[in-house]
Design a protein around this ligand. Structure first.
Ligand code: SF4
Ligand code: SF4
Length: 396
């Protein structure tokens, strides 16, 4: 899975698409639309044509078409040439950022003020207003910022394992938890303490920067990376527990960036970044049957393919209650694509919901903040979508 949200690497320019078509088999945009012009190989062909003959195509229009991408990274993992569409798209968006890139940067950088305000305002919209079309979709997106409705904890810790052995651990909350879901961070800290870590609330972290890179905002991305690295250094280089797959992917990409690493520090950083559910060791969990939904589904985040810890843990706790796992399917979040092409985002989400065939009363859990928002905004009536932390009670 891609670790390259930053601009196109030097050696990428030497790679050539062989038109083998393997990327078409995994691209969720192509799968949902069957539009060849949206497929990864079309993006590379367009980019190659523009580089070979700069005047052959209208550059702005071609760049915009090529930039219609979810940045899921599935094509890179499938490509025998290692062609990386998210890196290409980041470069194209940086060349023509437009209002979407600017807006996305404000949305992330000023999230502490904007997100709570947008969440509160969405609750004031009169019922029945904006039932259809893009205004209704935008309103649903803002309402998804609010805490998950229809989810009460139905899993709990029965007996802690203590793998932490007193090591210092902090939580990297990511934008959604930092701005609106403090309860996720509190729950993660309580879990770390129960696991025997010296859990500390590190407030110096900011956005991982991942989606800023994809949005063509490399300077803003680099600034976030520097701030997070500095916070980690100040905290004494502790273990960093992460419960958002996209954050984890973004953080693990830091060694690719020139951040003034000290000798051995990049390796220590990679060792320190750990998925929260991967730290549970032999901790015993149990379900609370009276509170549990009849069926649960799990959406595997595109950027979580390198981990898989969340799904394995949920399967071990939920047992047969866990019905469907969406490996290999994207929710359509796509970061700035929400602004550039919201209908495409919706089309991809529709394909995922068709796959789940979830019924009222059922839940879809996931392990990525962006996926939580997209799933909550697009869920069928009566189906709850949330982070798995929402379904786990806070250990006491
Ligand atoms: S990153 Fe994802 S959406 Fe974009 S071209 Fe590759 S597979 Fe398709
Ligand atoms: S998998 Fe790679 S080489 Fe094959 S068509 Fe897609 S981008 Fe080109």
């Amino acid at each position: 899975m891609t670790r390259h949200p930053a601009p196109l690497p030097e050696n990428q320019a030497e790679k050539q698409c062989m038109l083998c078509g393997r990327c078409l088999e995994v691209c969720p945009l192509f799968a949902a639309t069957r539009r060849e012009e949206l497929a990864p190989r079309s993006k590379f062909l367009l980019a190659q044509r523009l580089e070979a003959e700069p005047g052959a195509l209208r550059a702005v229009a071609a760049d915009k078409l090529a930039a219609l991408c979810l940045a899921c990274g599935r094509c890179e993992a499938a490509c025998p040439q290692g062609m990386c569409a998210p890196s290409l798209v980041a470069r194209l968006r940086a060349r023509h950022p437009g209002w979407q890139g600017w807006f996305w940067r404000q949305w992330i950088e000023k999230g502490a003020a904007l997100w709570p305000a947008a969440s509160a305002l969405s609750g004031l919209a009169p019922a029945g207003l904006m039932r259809k079309g893009r205004p209704a979709q935008a309103l649903a997106g803002l309402k998804a910022l609010r805490p998950a409705a229809g989810i009460a904890p139905w899993m709990r810790v029965a007996q802690f394992d203590k793998p932490g052995a007193g090591r210092k651990a902090v939580v990297f909350p990511g934008c959604l938890a930092r701005n609106l879901r403090q309860d996720w961070t509190d729950k993660a800290l309580a879990l770390l303490a129960g696991l025997g870590y010296a859990a500390a609330n590190e407030t110096g972290f900011t956005c991982c920067g991942c989606t800023l890179g994809h949005a063509g905002q490399p300077a803003a991305q680099a600034e976030m990376q520097r701030r997070n690295l500095d916070a980690w250094r100040r905290a004494g280089r502790p273990l960093v527990a992460v419960f958002c797959a996209t954050c984890r992917c973004g953080l693990r990409a830091y060694p690719d960036a020139d951040l003034g690493w000290e000798p051995g520090e990049a390796t220590a950083w990679l060792d320190a970044i750990q998925p929260l559910s991967g730290l549970f060791g032999d901790t015993a969990f149990e379900t609370m049957p009276d509170a549990a939904p009849p069926r649960v589904h799990y959406h595997t985040p595109c950027h979580g393919a390198g981990g898989g810890h969340d799904a394995a843990w949920l399967r071990s706790v939920a047992g047969n209650r866990l019905h469907t796992i969406s490996d290999g399917r994207c929710c359509g979040m796509g970061g700035v694509l929400q602004l550039a092409a919201p209908d495409l985002s919706r089309t991809v989400a529709g394909a995922l919901w068709e796959f789940f065939a979830a019924k009222p009363g059922e839940q879809v859990l996931t392990g990525c903040s962006g996926c939580v928002l997209q799933l909550a905004a697009t869920a069928p009536q009566g189906v709850a979508a949330a982070h798995w932390l929402d379904a786990l009670s806070t250990p006491t």
